[in-house]
Write a protein that binds this ligand. Structure first.
Ligand code: G4P
Length: 311
Protein backbone atom coordinates (compact mmCIF):
# COMPACT_ATOMS: atom_id res chain seq x y z
CA UNK A 1 0.00 0.00 0.00
CA UNK A 2 1.50 3.32 -1.03
CA UNK A 3 1.51 5.78 1.80
CA UNK A 4 4.50 7.84 0.71
CA UNK A 5 2.49 10.95 -0.10
CA UNK A 6 0.84 11.20 3.31
CA UNK A 7 3.29 13.25 5.38
CA UNK A 8 3.91 16.07 2.89
CA UNK A 9 0.24 16.77 2.30
CA UNK A 10 -0.64 16.53 5.95
CA UNK A 11 2.12 18.83 7.16
CA UNK A 12 0.76 21.59 4.94
CA UNK A 13 -2.86 20.97 5.95
CA UNK A 14 -1.91 20.79 9.63
CA UNK A 15 -0.15 24.13 9.39
CA UNK A 16 -3.17 25.70 7.71
CA UNK A 17 -5.56 24.24 10.26
CA UNK A 18 -3.46 25.50 13.15
CA UNK A 19 -3.40 29.04 11.81
CA UNK A 20 -7.20 29.07 11.60
CA UNK A 21 -7.83 27.67 15.06
CA UNK A 22 -7.78 31.06 16.80
CA UNK A 23 -10.90 32.01 14.84
CA UNK A 24 -12.85 28.91 15.74
CA UNK A 25 -15.24 28.09 18.61
CA UNK A 26 -16.17 24.51 17.68
CA UNK A 27 -14.54 21.86 15.53
CA UNK A 28 -16.99 19.54 13.79
CA UNK A 29 -15.47 16.30 12.61
CA UNK A 30 -17.36 14.29 10.04
CA UNK A 31 -16.73 10.54 10.33
CA UNK A 32 -18.02 7.52 8.45
CA UNK A 33 -20.39 5.78 10.88
CA UNK A 34 -19.31 2.39 9.49
CA UNK A 35 -15.66 3.03 10.40
CA UNK A 36 -15.53 5.85 12.96
CA UNK A 37 -11.97 5.06 14.02
CA UNK A 38 -10.43 4.46 10.62
CA UNK A 39 -12.10 7.57 9.18
CA UNK A 40 -10.74 9.84 11.91
CA UNK A 41 -7.55 11.73 11.38
CA UNK A 42 -5.76 11.47 14.72
CA UNK A 43 -3.90 14.76 14.17
CA UNK A 44 -7.15 16.64 14.83
CA UNK A 45 -6.89 15.75 18.52
CA UNK A 46 -3.70 17.78 18.74
CA UNK A 47 -4.78 20.57 16.41
CA UNK A 48 -8.16 21.14 18.10
CA UNK A 49 -7.25 20.18 21.64
CA UNK A 50 -8.62 23.31 23.33
CA UNK A 51 -11.80 23.50 21.27
CA UNK A 52 -15.30 22.20 21.76
CA UNK A 53 -15.54 19.07 19.65
CA UNK A 54 -18.43 17.51 17.78
CA UNK A 55 -18.16 14.13 16.07
CA UNK A 56 -20.80 13.54 13.40
CA UNK A 57 -21.28 9.91 12.42
CA UNK A 58 -22.29 10.38 8.80
CA UNK A 59 -23.68 7.70 6.47
CA UNK A 60 -25.51 6.34 9.50
CA UNK A 61 -28.05 4.94 7.04
CA UNK A 62 -25.38 2.44 5.94
CA UNK A 63 -24.18 1.48 9.43
CA UNK A 64 -25.71 -0.82 12.01
CA UNK A 65 -28.06 1.26 14.17
CA UNK A 66 -27.11 -0.64 17.27
CA UNK A 67 -23.36 -0.24 16.77
CA UNK A 68 -23.74 3.46 15.93
CA UNK A 69 -25.58 3.93 19.24
CA UNK A 70 -22.63 2.23 20.97
CA UNK A 71 -20.18 4.55 19.22
CA UNK A 72 -22.20 7.56 20.35
CA UNK A 73 -21.97 6.37 23.92
CA UNK A 74 -18.26 5.60 23.52
CA UNK A 75 -17.42 9.06 22.15
CA UNK A 76 -19.59 10.82 24.76
CA UNK A 77 -17.65 9.07 27.47
CA UNK A 78 -14.47 10.39 25.87
CA UNK A 79 -15.84 13.94 26.24
CA UNK A 80 -17.04 14.56 22.67
CA UNK A 81 -20.45 15.77 21.60
CA UNK A 82 -21.76 13.41 18.98
CA UNK A 83 -24.67 12.83 16.58
CA UNK A 84 -25.46 10.25 13.92
CA UNK A 85 -26.36 11.94 10.62
CA UNK A 86 -27.31 11.09 7.08
CA UNK A 87 -26.25 13.91 4.80
CA UNK A 88 -27.81 12.28 1.78
CA UNK A 89 -31.27 12.18 3.31
CA UNK A 90 -31.03 15.16 5.60
CA UNK A 91 -34.60 16.33 5.06
CA UNK A 92 -35.99 13.13 6.50
CA UNK A 93 -33.41 12.60 9.22
CA UNK A 94 -32.96 16.24 10.26
CA UNK A 95 -29.24 15.96 11.06
CA UNK A 96 -28.40 19.57 10.29
CA UNK A 97 -31.23 20.89 12.48
CA UNK A 98 -30.04 18.66 15.32
CA UNK A 99 -26.50 19.92 14.83
CA UNK A 100 -27.64 23.55 14.90
CA UNK A 101 -29.48 22.90 18.17
CA UNK A 102 -26.47 21.12 19.62
CA UNK A 103 -24.09 23.93 18.65
CA UNK A 104 -26.36 26.50 20.29
CA UNK A 105 -26.44 24.39 23.42
CA UNK A 106 -22.66 23.98 23.47
CA UNK A 107 -22.04 27.68 22.92
CA UNK A 108 -24.75 28.98 25.26
CA UNK A 109 -22.31 29.94 28.07
CA UNK A 110 -20.13 31.93 25.65
CA UNK A 111 -23.12 33.65 24.03
CA UNK A 112 -24.54 34.59 27.45
CA UNK A 113 -21.26 36.04 28.62
CA UNK A 114 -20.92 37.99 25.37
CA UNK A 115 -24.44 39.36 25.87
CA UNK A 116 -23.51 40.58 29.34
CA UNK A 117 -20.65 42.51 27.78
CA UNK A 118 -23.06 44.05 25.25
CA UNK A 119 -22.00 41.89 22.32
CA UNK A 120 -25.13 40.43 20.82
CA UNK A 121 -25.61 38.22 17.81
CA UNK A 122 -21.96 37.32 17.35
CA UNK A 123 -22.20 34.18 15.23
CA UNK A 124 -20.76 30.89 16.44
CA UNK A 125 -17.74 30.00 14.37
CA UNK A 126 -17.33 26.35 13.53
CA UNK A 127 -14.82 24.53 11.40
CA UNK A 128 -15.84 21.36 9.63
CA UNK A 129 -13.23 18.72 8.91
CA UNK A 130 -13.34 15.27 7.37
CA UNK A 131 -11.34 12.91 5.20
CA UNK A 132 -12.24 12.83 1.48
CA UNK A 133 -15.48 11.06 0.56
CA UNK A 134 -16.90 11.13 4.06
CA UNK A 135 -19.75 13.30 2.76
CA UNK A 136 -18.50 16.75 3.72
CA UNK A 137 -19.70 18.58 0.60
CA UNK A 138 -23.08 16.88 0.80
CA UNK A 139 -23.40 17.80 4.47
CA UNK A 140 -22.28 21.40 4.00
CA UNK A 141 -24.77 21.84 1.16
CA UNK A 142 -27.53 20.60 3.41
CA UNK A 143 -26.37 22.77 6.28
CA UNK A 144 -26.09 25.92 4.26
CA UNK A 145 -29.16 25.20 2.15
CA UNK A 146 -30.36 27.93 -0.13
CA UNK A 147 -29.92 30.51 2.58
CA UNK A 148 -26.26 29.63 2.88
CA UNK A 149 -23.96 32.14 1.34
CA UNK A 150 -20.27 31.93 0.91
CA UNK A 151 -18.91 35.03 2.54
CA UNK A 152 -15.81 36.96 1.65
CA UNK A 153 -12.49 36.03 3.12
CA UNK A 154 -12.00 37.36 6.61
CA UNK A 155 -8.86 39.15 7.75
CA UNK A 156 -6.16 36.73 8.68
CA UNK A 157 -7.69 33.97 6.64
CA UNK A 158 -5.77 32.67 3.70
CA UNK A 159 -7.31 33.53 0.36
CA UNK A 160 -9.64 30.89 -0.94
CA UNK A 161 -10.86 29.66 2.45
CA UNK A 162 -14.58 29.34 2.46
CA UNK A 163 -16.69 30.84 5.20
CA UNK A 164 -20.26 29.75 4.81
CA UNK A 165 -23.03 31.62 6.57
CA UNK A 166 -25.60 29.29 8.11
CA UNK A 167 -28.63 31.37 9.07
CA UNK A 168 -27.71 34.26 11.35
CA UNK A 169 -26.26 32.09 14.10
CA UNK A 170 -23.32 30.30 12.51
CA UNK A 171 -20.31 30.88 10.37
CA UNK A 172 -18.84 27.68 9.08
CA UNK A 173 -15.29 27.30 7.81
CA UNK A 174 -14.62 24.43 5.45
CA UNK A 175 -11.37 22.51 6.04
CA UNK A 176 -8.45 24.31 4.55
CA UNK A 177 -6.51 21.70 2.59
CA UNK A 178 -7.15 18.02 2.28
CA UNK A 179 -7.30 15.96 5.41
CA UNK A 180 -6.04 12.52 4.51
CA UNK A 181 -6.88 9.51 6.60
CA UNK A 182 -3.95 7.80 8.26
CA UNK A 183 -3.82 4.42 6.67
CA UNK A 184 -0.39 3.13 7.48
CA UNK A 185 -2.10 0.33 9.42
CA UNK A 186 -3.19 -2.39 6.99
CA UNK A 187 -6.51 -3.02 8.69
CA UNK A 188 -7.35 0.67 8.57
CA UNK A 189 -6.36 0.75 4.90
CA UNK A 190 -8.62 -2.18 4.10
CA UNK A 191 -11.62 -0.65 5.86
CA UNK A 192 -11.07 2.70 4.13
CA UNK A 193 -10.78 0.94 0.78
CA UNK A 194 -13.92 -1.16 1.40
CA UNK A 195 -16.04 1.90 2.17
CA UNK A 196 -14.58 3.80 -0.79
CA UNK A 197 -12.78 6.42 1.27
CA UNK A 198 -9.48 5.79 -0.48
CA UNK A 199 -8.91 5.37 -4.14
CA UNK A 200 -9.73 2.07 -5.75
CA UNK A 201 -6.26 2.16 -7.27
CA UNK A 202 -4.66 1.34 -3.93
CA UNK A 203 -5.79 -2.28 -4.07
CA UNK A 204 -7.02 -4.12 -7.12
CA UNK A 205 -10.74 -4.92 -7.05
CA UNK A 206 -10.37 -8.66 -6.71
CA UNK A 207 -8.00 -8.41 -3.74
CA UNK A 208 -10.21 -5.78 -2.13
CA UNK A 209 -13.28 -7.97 -2.63
CA UNK A 210 -11.55 -10.90 -0.92
CA UNK A 211 -10.73 -8.70 2.08
CA UNK A 212 -14.31 -7.47 2.16
CA UNK A 213 -15.59 -11.06 2.07
CA UNK A 214 -13.33 -11.95 4.99
CA UNK A 215 -14.54 -8.95 7.01
CA UNK A 216 -18.20 -9.63 6.29
CA UNK A 217 -17.99 -13.37 6.94
CA UNK A 218 -16.31 -12.64 10.24
CA UNK A 219 -19.13 -10.26 11.21
CA UNK A 220 -21.93 -12.61 10.12
CA UNK A 221 -21.78 -15.30 7.40
CA UNK A 222 -25.50 -14.79 6.75
CA UNK A 223 -24.76 -11.40 5.15
CA UNK A 224 -23.10 -13.12 2.18
CA UNK A 225 -25.05 -16.37 2.28
CA UNK A 226 -28.47 -14.71 2.11
CA UNK A 227 -27.68 -12.31 -0.68
CA UNK A 228 -25.61 -14.54 -2.94
CA UNK A 229 -26.95 -18.00 -2.04
CA UNK A 230 -23.53 -19.49 -1.40
CA UNK A 231 -21.99 -21.16 1.59
CA UNK A 232 -19.19 -19.35 3.42
CA UNK A 233 -18.14 -22.38 5.48
CA UNK A 234 -14.61 -22.66 4.09
CA UNK A 235 -13.82 -18.98 4.62
CA UNK A 236 -15.50 -18.85 8.02
CA UNK A 237 -13.43 -21.91 8.98
CA UNK A 238 -10.21 -20.29 7.76
CA UNK A 239 -10.98 -17.09 9.67
CA UNK A 240 -11.92 -18.73 12.96
CA UNK A 241 -8.92 -21.05 12.74
CA UNK A 242 -6.60 -18.04 12.91
CA UNK A 243 -8.74 -16.02 15.32
CA UNK A 244 -7.49 -16.85 18.73
CA UNK A 245 -7.24 -13.31 20.02
CA UNK A 246 -10.89 -13.19 21.06
CA UNK A 247 -10.87 -9.42 20.64
CA UNK A 248 -14.05 -8.26 19.00
CA UNK A 249 -12.53 -5.69 16.70
CA UNK A 250 -9.71 -7.80 15.33
CA UNK A 251 -10.97 -9.07 12.03
CA UNK A 252 -8.70 -11.57 10.36
CA UNK A 253 -7.13 -10.96 7.05
CA UNK A 254 -5.24 -14.10 6.29
CA UNK A 255 -2.04 -13.61 4.35
CA UNK A 256 -0.50 -10.46 2.99
CA UNK A 257 -2.60 -7.46 2.06
CA UNK A 258 -1.77 -7.82 -1.63
CA UNK A 259 -2.26 -11.57 -1.73
CA UNK A 260 -5.87 -12.71 -1.61
CA UNK A 261 -6.50 -15.73 0.58
CA UNK A 262 -7.39 -18.96 -1.25
CA UNK A 263 -10.58 -19.42 0.76
CA UNK A 264 -11.79 -15.89 0.03
CA UNK A 265 -10.95 -16.25 -3.67
CA UNK A 266 -12.97 -19.46 -3.77
CA UNK A 267 -15.91 -17.71 -2.13
CA UNK A 268 -15.69 -14.89 -4.68
CA UNK A 269 -15.67 -17.51 -7.44
CA UNK A 270 -18.75 -19.17 -5.92
CA UNK A 271 -20.54 -15.81 -5.85
CA UNK A 272 -19.64 -15.18 -9.50
CA UNK A 273 -20.89 -18.64 -10.34
CA UNK A 274 -24.16 -18.13 -8.45
CA UNK A 275 -24.68 -14.85 -10.31
CA UNK A 276 -23.82 -16.44 -13.65
CA UNK A 277 -20.87 -14.12 -14.33
CA UNK A 278 -19.13 -16.38 -16.82
CA UNK A 279 -16.71 -15.51 -19.55
CA UNK A 280 -15.85 -17.52 -22.67
CA UNK A 281 -15.04 -21.10 -21.79
CA UNK A 282 -17.12 -20.96 -18.62
CA UNK A 283 -14.43 -19.15 -16.59
CA UNK A 284 -15.91 -17.03 -13.79
CA UNK A 285 -15.46 -13.30 -14.31
CA UNK A 286 -13.86 -12.46 -10.97
CA UNK A 287 -13.29 -8.80 -11.79
CA UNK A 288 -17.00 -8.27 -12.49
CA UNK A 289 -17.98 -10.25 -9.40
CA UNK A 290 -15.63 -8.16 -7.26
CA UNK A 291 -17.00 -4.89 -8.63
CA UNK A 292 -20.60 -5.97 -7.97
CA UNK A 293 -19.81 -7.13 -4.43
CA UNK A 294 -17.99 -3.91 -3.53
CA UNK A 295 -20.70 -1.73 -5.10
CA UNK A 296 -23.48 -3.62 -3.35
CA UNK A 297 -21.73 -3.31 0.00
CA UNK A 298 -21.07 0.41 -0.48
CA UNK A 299 -24.62 1.00 -1.63
CA UNK A 300 -26.11 -0.70 1.43
CA UNK A 301 -27.59 -3.61 -0.52
CA UNK A 302 -26.05 -6.11 1.89
CA UNK A 303 -27.75 -4.38 4.80
CA UNK A 304 -26.60 -1.82 7.35
CA UNK A 305 -23.14 -3.00 8.28
CA UNK A 306 -20.53 -1.46 10.58
CA UNK A 307 -16.97 -2.61 10.03
CA UNK A 308 -15.76 -1.32 13.41
CA UNK A 309 -17.30 -1.31 16.83
CA UNK A 310 -16.22 -0.09 20.25
CA UNK A 311 -14.48 -2.50 22.60
P1 G4P B 1 -16.65 14.73 0.41
O1 G4P B 1 -17.09 16.12 0.14
O2 G4P B 1 -16.41 14.47 1.86
O3 G4P B 1 -15.50 14.26 -0.42
O4 G4P B 1 -17.84 13.73 0.05
P2 G4P B 1 -19.17 13.96 -0.81
O5 G4P B 1 -20.08 14.93 -0.15
O6 G4P B 1 -18.79 14.20 -2.22
O7 G4P B 1 -19.83 12.50 -0.67
C1 G4P B 1 -19.16 11.33 -1.10
C2 G4P B 1 -20.21 10.28 -1.46
O8 G4P B 1 -20.90 9.88 -0.27
C3 G4P B 1 -21.28 10.76 -2.41
O9 G4P B 1 -21.67 9.64 -3.20
C4 G4P B 1 -22.44 11.12 -1.49
O10 G4P B 1 -23.70 11.08 -2.12
C5 G4P B 1 -22.30 10.03 -0.46
N1 G4P B 1 -22.90 10.38 0.85
C6 G4P B 1 -22.68 11.49 1.58
N2 G4P B 1 -23.36 11.45 2.72
C7 G4P B 1 -24.03 10.28 2.73
C8 G4P B 1 -24.91 9.65 3.68
O11 G4P B 1 -25.18 10.14 4.76
N3 G4P B 1 -25.40 8.42 3.32
C9 G4P B 1 -25.08 7.82 2.14
N4 G4P B 1 -25.62 6.63 1.89
N5 G4P B 1 -24.25 8.38 1.23
C10 G4P B 1 -23.74 9.59 1.54
P3 G4P B 1 -21.22 9.46 -4.70
O12 G4P B 1 -21.44 8.06 -5.05
O13 G4P B 1 -19.85 10.02 -4.87
O14 G4P B 1 -22.18 10.37 -5.46
P4 G4P B 1 -23.78 10.27 -5.60
O15 G4P B 1 -24.18 8.86 -5.22
O16 G4P B 1 -24.34 11.25 -4.64
O17 G4P B 1 -24.01 10.61 -7.00
Amino acid sequence: MDIQWYPGHMTKTKRMLLTQMGLIDVVIELLDARIPLSSRNPDIDTIAKDKKRVLLLNKADLASENITARWEEHFRQMGFFTLPVNAKDNKKTGGTAKLAALLKEIMRPKVESQKKRGRINAPIRAMIVGIPNVGKSTFINQLAGRAGTITADKPGVTRGRQWIKVGSDFDLLDTPGVLWPKFDDQQVGIRLACTGAISDNVLDKITLATHLLTLLTDIDPAIIEKRYRVTTASLAGAASATDESGTSNEVNVPGEINTPSEAALQLLTDIGNARGFKMKGGVIDLERTAIILIDEFRGGKLGRISLEWPE
